[in-house]
Write a protein that binds this ligand. Structure first.
Ligand code: FEO
Ligand code: CA
Ligand code: CA
Ligand code: CA
Length: 630
């Protein structure tokens, strides 16, 4: 078992892994409809030997094999404590948790939990989403630090228990975002520790709150009576990049940092909705214990502070003195990532998932248009937020969240986006993780990582979660990837068609829908797709955060991994495997596309350096002949 503490959803899923489930059920009806209609691939949804195969069988054909666009021989599943890549490729570590980002941090020592001093000048823990930027010849990279393993960040004797304000300060410093300059030398990629661009953004960094909810009463606190400025960005999960060259960091499980030092009877922020209940804000938090030592996180003293987290935050990586901006226009939920595309008329479209069982997919469409070199103020705030409804016939609609459709005022729609989504009847999803748009086709993909509650119990807002088109399996421990094509090739359009690109599963164990879609085979078994990005060739890279026991219904899947898929043929092959215990998350490319940067979060053992502590790291993957890797 890896040092997840009690915080990581992967560990939670691990515990739930071996539920018995029915072989056949009446949700076969939904599945039958999904495979009976013609998907984008003309049959990719056909299942293995246990169901009637409706498609063209294209994945098994010799032509599909001959036409493979992958430049490597796929690798086998692995169960060891190392990283593996195909023959002809190699990897090395770019940066590890605790590595200095500034000359003053040289010698920062992690072994006994590390000092507070300097903890905001080193690479943070639990690397997640990341993006690269080329600025005046400088290769910059921004990297999220999602959460913290208290057992490895605090002195060993404390066994992960926060003892004082210094412990809190250190945990706050080791999460957030890193912006740094990197360069490639003869010995590989390295951090430029004396670069003026290097910056840590932590749980304490001043932020501006922008957009329609800024200044609303629900956003005001004693320390900030204006409701327009907050401190820190929390639980930075996936990422995004704007066409104007800024970084988007997405606040996911922010609720876990808040708690209450006093019994509060009815902690409803207003009469309208139970925001604490829907967003999972309780009195104990998840063990960070910030609330015991930092009153800002004590909801009995600052009941509105949780409203100031759960947003998408924009950071200018080229200006280390810039103030990050929380964009309330993009809605407040447990944000996974933010995939930005442009509509044909220049409007900015941001696709976003809310990673919780039975929550929704969202899209923001700006009012204004992006003009290269022009002003960008308001492009991520002035517009309309939508939630998705998927119909079982393969069509869907983006439902506008407006005062007219929800009966809520605009600021409340944004602060309590989940409730607004429920009011319009959005489709409950199997934990939407990363969304990625294909640069070569007007379509977007979303990883629906898994959902043990599908068909079992409602979401936190009481919405039923019956099996439905894009979420066709009760007690879904494997996950799937849904994709959609907007009407008229316009991402700003509200109508779309959808299909499933892949349904993960295990054909070794199941001879039914749990065996996976036809493009799942003995050579590419995986579960719980999570991170996802397209490369410039239009191939889709898929990272996993699932059960790596390699046993039972997960036999043959091995450690968490990164695969690559061809959107046209549906073929999916395994490219990389992580060390046991880890999640593979975060992917971006150097400006010359000869290096792929991959994040290894919460590794097990003492990867990568055998020094006793597992260290979350970013690795650089290259081809030995220095050819393009994406
Ligand atoms: Fe931070 Fe949903 O992954
Ligand atoms: Ca994770
Ligand atoms: Ca994730
Ligand atoms: Ca995940």
């Amino acid at each position: 078992m890896t040092p997840h503490d009690s915080l990581d959803l992967s560990a939670d899923d691990w515990d739930e892994a071996n539920f018995p489930r029915p072989e056949e059920n009446d949700f076969d009806r939904v599945v039958e409809r999904a495979i009976s209609r013609r998907g984008f691939l003309g049959g990719i949804l056909a299942f293995g030997s246990g169901a009637s195969v409706m498609g063209t069988g294209l994945l098994n054909s010799a032509q599909a094999q001959a036409a493979s666009r992958f430049a490597f021989t796929p690798i086998a599943a692995q169960t060891d404590f190392d990283v593996h890549v195909p023959q002809g490729y190699s990897w090395h570590t770019l940066v590890r948790w605790g590595d200095p980002l500034m000359p003053q941090a040289e010698g920062y020592d992690l072994t006994e939990g590390g000092p507070v001093q300097g903890s905001d000048m080193v690479f943070g823990e639990n690397t997640d989403g990341m993006e690269t930027f080329l600025f005046r010849g400088h290769q910059l990279i921004a990297v999220n630090h999602e959460y913290t393993n208290r057992k490895v960040n605090l002195p060993a004797a404390q066994e992960g228990v926060v003892a004082n304000a210094d412990d809190v300060r250190k945990l706050q410093n080791l999460q957030g975002v890193t912006v740094m300059e990197i360069r490639e030398s003869d010995s590989g990629w390295e951090v430029v520790t004396d670069s003026r661009f290097n910056r840590r953004i932590t749980h304490r960094t001043p932020m501006t709150i922008a957009g329609p909810a800024a200044g609303h009463d629900l956003m005001k606190t004693e320390a900030d009576p204006t409701g327009t400025a907050s401190l820190g960005t929390l639980n930075n999960c996936g990422s995004g990049k704007t066409p104007w060259g800024t970084y988007l960091t997405c606040e996911e499980n922010f609720n876990g940092y808040f708690g209450s030092t006093e019994e509060v009877q009815d902690q409803k922020p207003n009469a309208l909705v139970d925001g604490y209940g829907r967003y999972g804000i309780g009195s104990d938090g998840w063990g960070y214990d910030y609330h015991k030592h930092d009153a800002r996180f004590d909801t009995s003293k600052n009941p509105n502070e949780p409203h100031r987290a759960g947003w998408v935050v924009e950071i200018d990586p080229t200006d280390p003195d810039s103030t990050p901006v929380k964009h309330t226009g993009l809605g407040r939920f447990k944000h996974e990532n933010a995939e930005v595309v442009l509509a044909p008329d220049g409007r900015v479209v941001v696709y976003m998932g809310d990673d919780e069982r039975g929550e929704f997919l969202y899209k923001f469409v700006s009012n204004g248009v992006y003009v290269p070199g022009g002003p960008t103020d308001g492009l991520l705030d002035d517009g309309t937020l939508f939630a998705a409804r998927f119909d079982d016939d393969g069509t869907g609609e983006w439902l506008a969240l407006t005062p007219e459709t929800t009966g809520m005022e605009l600021a409340e729609i944004l602060i309590f986006a989940r409730m607004a989504g429920s009011k319009v009847g959005a489709t409950t999803m199997d934990r939407p993780e990363w969304i990625a748009a294909n640069p070569h086709a007007v379509e977007a993909y979303c990883c629906l990582t898994n959902n043990r509650n599908r068909g079992v119990k409602p979401n936190a807002g009481g919405d039923d979660t019956p099996v439905n088109g894009p979420n066709p399996r009760e007690t879904n421990n494997y996950g799937q990837i849904v994709r959609w094509r907007p009407a008229e090739d316009d991402h700003a359009n509200t109508a779309f068609d959808w299909d499933l690109y892949v349904m993960a599963g295990n054909p070794r164990v199941y001879n039914n829908i749990y065996g996976g879609s036809q493009n799942v085979n003995e050579g590419n078994l995986f579960n719980s797709p999570d991170g996802m990005a397209f490369d410039s060739h239009g191939l889709v890279w898929i990272q996993t955060d699932g059960n790596d026991s390699n046993e039972g219904e997960f036999v043959g899947m091995g450690n968490n991994q990164m695969l690559v898929g061809d959107p046209v043929t549906g073929e999916i092959v395994r490219f990389l495997t992580g060390p046991k215990g880890c999640e593979v998350t975060g992917l971006c490319w150097s400006a010359d596309r000869r290096t792929m940067f991959v994040g290894i979060q919460h590794p097990g053992g003492s990867w990568p350096d055998g020094t006793g502590l597992p260290r979350s790291s970013v690795i650089a993957v290259k081809r030995d002949d220095n050819a393009l890797v994406g």
